[in-house]
Design a protein around this ligand. Structure first.
Ligand SMILES: Nc1nc2c([nH]c(=O)n2[C@@H]2O[C@H](COP(=O)(O)OP(=O)(O)OP(=O)(O)O)[C@@H](O)[C@H]2O)c(=O)[nH]1
Length: 141
């Protein structure tokens, strides 16, 4: 099959992204492992939605695979579309305040609980969300 001329011409890839938020507002970030595009950049855990899978199911699967964490509930927060040189992604961000298990580095990735975010660099499409998130961190629902 003929390849699209650029990532922007390709159909967007759906990605499920989860923000674990502790009661004190701290959020979990993970560092992309070597071998992936943007290796070393920080992101919220998640990954591509597989064919026939719901976004929430993909989110739950990725958290088990990457961190050994079982998401008990998550609310959709916002969607962001971004064209990278390697892919056109449609990011579906969820916030979860209820999960089971402490995160483990199952894919060798570093991760960090952050209040105001100090780790860098952050994936470009995720940067604008950090400011918005800061406003929600102390929402105690
Ligand atoms: N998980 C995650 N992905 C993000 C974020 N922001 C962002 O632009 N992305 C993009 O979304 C895409 C996620 O794909 P991925 O390669 O991590 O997904 P995956 O774990 O299923 O990868 P795989 O192909 O190795 O199985 C990447 O292009 C990544 O650059 C974010 O905050 N979290």
């Amino acid at each position: 099959m003929k390849q699209p001329a650029s990532a922007s011409a390709a159909a967007p890839i759906d990605v499920a992204v989860g923000i674990l938020m502790q009661a004190d507002g701290d959020i979990l970030l993970a560092q992309r492992p070597p071998g992936k595009p943007y290796a070393g950049y920080w992101e919220f855990p998640g990954g591509k939605v597989e064919a026939g899978e719901s976004i929430l199911d993909a989110l739950k699967r990725e958290f088990v695979e990457e961190l050994g964490v079982e998401i008990l509930s998550a609310e959709p927060w916002c969607g962001v579309e971004h064209v990278y040189p390697h892919a056109h992604v449609r990011l579906h961000f969820y916030i979860s305040r209820h999960w089971r298990g402490a995160p483990q580095s199952l894919e060798g990735q570093a991760f960090a609980w952050q209040g105001s975010v100090q780790v860098a660099p952050i994936l470009p499409a995720t940067i604008p969300l950090l400011e918005e998130l800061d406003k929600r961190r102390y929402d105690t629902r």
